[in-house]
Design a protein around this ligand. Structure first.
Ligand code: ATP
Length: 229
């Protein structure tokens, strides 16, 4: 595609003390695309997500962004359980520097994206939500900061299959509205369904990249996932 590059990584290496997490990663995140980053436990997804976000400085390599703001939805969500849904969204907006009418506008816009049963429950505590609903609220909270790129870390973790479908459907809708999304995902099949482009990480390196629709890519990606050629 010809979409502009939102974030470009070149020659990224990262190690935590003596533990190597990423090696030689070159990556372009193109605007308006859902990019899936797939890999097994420990492959380096979260590390790559944090480097894309800018909250983790790589051991070496270059990160270039073009006036882009990125938000992360962390694995495990970390909502304020005793606050209401609305308060959770407001706290995120304050942190992003919004107030007054701008904040209310953003809140309305984000509430619009929520499924109706959540929109109708903005005054209940976040603790009362199901796991999938909490995941959707966590994404909504990240949206309150008005990011250009949303990085979502394993949104399916711990969810029942029916809820997973809903979370992914909501993420797809964000992309339809022009948001750039980086989806960190352990399951290759799910990324192949939900993403426009997929990279496969194996032991900290990109072992395959392509589009789910590309001929032969599915087989290539699967072999790469398990460390094959
Ligand atoms: P998972 O799917 O299990 O969350 P991941 O693909 O997100 O894994 P990372 O969390 O990026 O992988 O971890 C990559 C490697 O770096 C692993 O070997 C991990 O143990 C190591 N690692 C990650 N964070 C730290 C840390 N804070 N200190 C030391 N080692 C770390």
């Amino acid at each position: 595609g010809d979409e502009p590059v939102a974030i470009r990584l070149t020659g990224i290496d990262h190690h935590y003390g003596g533990v190597a997490a990423l090696h030689g990663v070159d990556l372009e995140v193109r605007a308006g695309v859902v990019l899936g980053v797939v890999g097994a436990n420990g492959a380096g997804k979260s590390t790559l997500g944090r480097i894309l976000h800018g909250s983790l400085r790589p051991s070496s390599g270059i990160r270039e962004v073009d006036g882009v703001r990125a938000s992360v939805v962390p694995e495990g969500r970390a909502l304020f359980k005793t606050l209401t849904l609305r308060e959770n969204l407001e706290v995120a907006a304050y942190s992003a520097g919004l107030k007054g009418a701008t904040l209310r506008e953003k809140l309305d816009e984000t509430a619009e994206w929520l499924p109706k049963r959540l929109r109708d429950r903005l005054s209940v505590q976040a603790a009362a939500l199901s796991g999938g609903e909490q995941q959707i609220l966590a994404i909504a909270r990240a949206m309150m900061a008005g990011p250009d790129v949303l990085i979502v870390d394993e949104p399916a973790l711990g969810l029942a299959p029916a809820l997973i479908d809903e979370v992914y459907e909501r993420i797809g809708r964000l992309a339809d509205d022009g948001m750039t999304v980086v989806l960190l995902e352990q399951l290759l099949s799910r990324a192949m369904t939900a993403c426009h482009e997929v990279i496969v990480l194996h032991e900290g390196s990109i072992a395959a990249r392509g589009k789910p629709a590309d001929t032969g890519f599915a087989a290539l990606a699967e072999a790469a996932y398990f460390g094959g050629e």
